[in-house]
Design a protein around this ligand. Structure first.
Ligand code: MV4
Length: 446
């Protein structure tokens, strides 16, 4: 097992990784920008290294600085967390070339999954159901015409290097195809340096359901069931739950097995997530995430498995001890992403935290790097805490969610806690009756 792990991240996920390391007897190295000298992840780590100025491009994305920090502290491995360098295939490759373990998949599979066309193709071949669409990339607007006609309108043009909704264009009618194709391709080139696009059938009211897998790269893979992440605003998840409240048991077992088998087939190593659109009781693969995700705790709560610890054990070359038959869903979990933002306008609200009180009690977990007196810097993501609740049933988890939100205090900055309180009282949310567009209208009208 590793003696020392460098955590190439900040905030709550840096703490999350630190906690897994300490429970495994591993010492930790924090890296930080000059804006984060007083951050909790720096305070808790056994050692810390300043890697640059506040701007992420110069610090948390600074590959030479992070490698130097790992070298001077003699770290055996690097955990990238989420965001920043976590899905940068080049970073993973350079880390390995330095004789340091990258706590994640191989750089080749990160690269494959980063190319959405290659990812879909790999999944199709591995027996995963994908959204009907073009067979690979579509080169010109003229080529798109018969392909779109064949798929049937409406269609969606997507950037192969995309993600987060950028470079995506919905096309309702054939006469709009050429301009949409050119806009998507231009946006893709500007945003990702790659003009490649592909075309899919546009699904109108799907849910976003994703399956968590863990694999050891030696042909062993398990799934940890699914999360429903449909509650999003501007492609940012707001509240997630596990399991999906509208999925029947047979379909759940079937899609889980499909994903675990695909992960084993691909020789996938580490934790990974298969993202699907779910509509009319059918799953359609869209993308695979090759990192630990923000919302991984809802899965940990229902499966009683430490996903980050598993990632570390697997990166250290241990064979996976998890057995599919031992993994069961116990109850229900919700996660509220608490952002330092105005709950109405969603404009960021950085600044000094005056009071911080985390709720507690049975079935309540708070993953946060906040403390009273801490100043939230304006340079990074506005996520400041995750409130995760678990109950024996969805109803019990919901009661617990309201109770915990009522106890939580973050003063000095605005947060999205009031938004979560309104959500937790909303009849459609309570009924589990929502799709990927529902939250946008809830925020606009309610
Ligand atoms: C789609 C879609 C409908 N049909 N693909 C948005 C982000 C990107 N990762 C995939 N996205 C979508 N792809 C087809 N064929 C609708 C979306 C989409 C969406 C997906 C998941 C969660 C929220 C979303 C909000 C708007 C659009």
């Amino acid at each position: 097992m590793f003696k020392k792990v460098l955590i190439a991240n900040r905030g709550e996920i840096a703490l999350r990784i630190h906690r897994a390391c300490k429970e495994m007897g591993i010492s930790t190295v924090a890296v930080h920008s000059t804006a984060d000298s007083n951050a909790m992840h720096v305070r808790l780590a056994d050692e810390s290294v300043c890697i640059g100025p506040p701007t992420a491009a110069d610090s948390y994305l600074n590959i030479p600085a992070i490698l130097s920090a790992a070298t001077v502290t003699d770290a055996d491995a690097i955990h990238p967390g989420y965001g920043f360098l976590s899905e940068n295939a080049n970073f993973a490759r350079i880390v390995e070339e330095h004789g340091i373990a990258f706590i994640g998949p191989s750089s080749d599979l990160i690269a494959t999954m980063g190319d959405k066309v290659a990812a879909k193709d790999a999944m199709k071949r591995a027996g995963v159901p994908v959204v009907p669409g073009s067979d690979g990339a579509v080169k010109t607007a003229a080529d798109a015409v018969p392909i779109a006609a064949d798929i049937g309108y409406p269609v969606i043009v997507k950037a192969a290097s995309g993600g987060g909704g950028r470079g995506m264009k919905v096309v309702q009618r054939p006469e709009d195809l050429e301009s949409a194709f050119n806009m998507a391709s231009t946006e893709a080139l500007a945003g990702f340096g790659d003009a490649t696009v592909y075309i899919e059938k546009f699904l109108g009211q799907p849910r976003h359901v994703e399956v968590q897998v863990i694999a050891d790269g030696k042909g062993n893979a398990v799934h940890l069931f699914e999360r429903d992440c449909s509650l999003q605003r501007k492609h940012q998840k707001v509240l997630e739950e596990a399991p999906c409240p509208i999925l029947d048991e047979a379909t759940r077992q079937r899609i889980g097995k499909v994903c675990a088998d695909a992960a084993a087939n691909l020789g996938y190593r580490s934790a990974g997530t298969f993202e699907f659109l779910f509509e009319n009781d059918e799953f359609y693969f869209i993308e695979m995430n090759t990192r630990v995700q923000v919302e991984h705790p809802v899965t940990e709560m229902i499966c009683d498995i430490d996903i980050v610890a598993e990632m570390i054990r697997i990166a250290a070359g241990e064979e996976m001890s998890l057995r599919q038959d031992d993994i069961r869903i116990n109850g229900h979990a919700f996660e509220c992403r608490i952002n330092a933002e105005d709950p109405e306008t969603f404009t960021p609200s950085p600044g000094r935290i005056v009071e911080f009180h985390a709720p507690g009690g049975l079935g309540v977990r708070v993953d946060s790097a906040l403390y009273a007196g801490y100043s939230i810097p304006p340079y990074y993501d506005s996520l400041v805490a995750k409130l995760i609740v678990h109950g024996r049933t969805r109803d019990e988890a919901l009661m617990r969610l309201r109770r915990a939100l009522g106890e939580m205090v973050v003063s000095g900055v605005s947060t999205t806690i009031p938004l979560h309180q309104r959500l937790a009282d909303n009849p459609s949310f309570i009924a589990g009756d929502y799709d990927i567009h529902w939250l946008e209208s809830f925020v606009a009208t309610d």
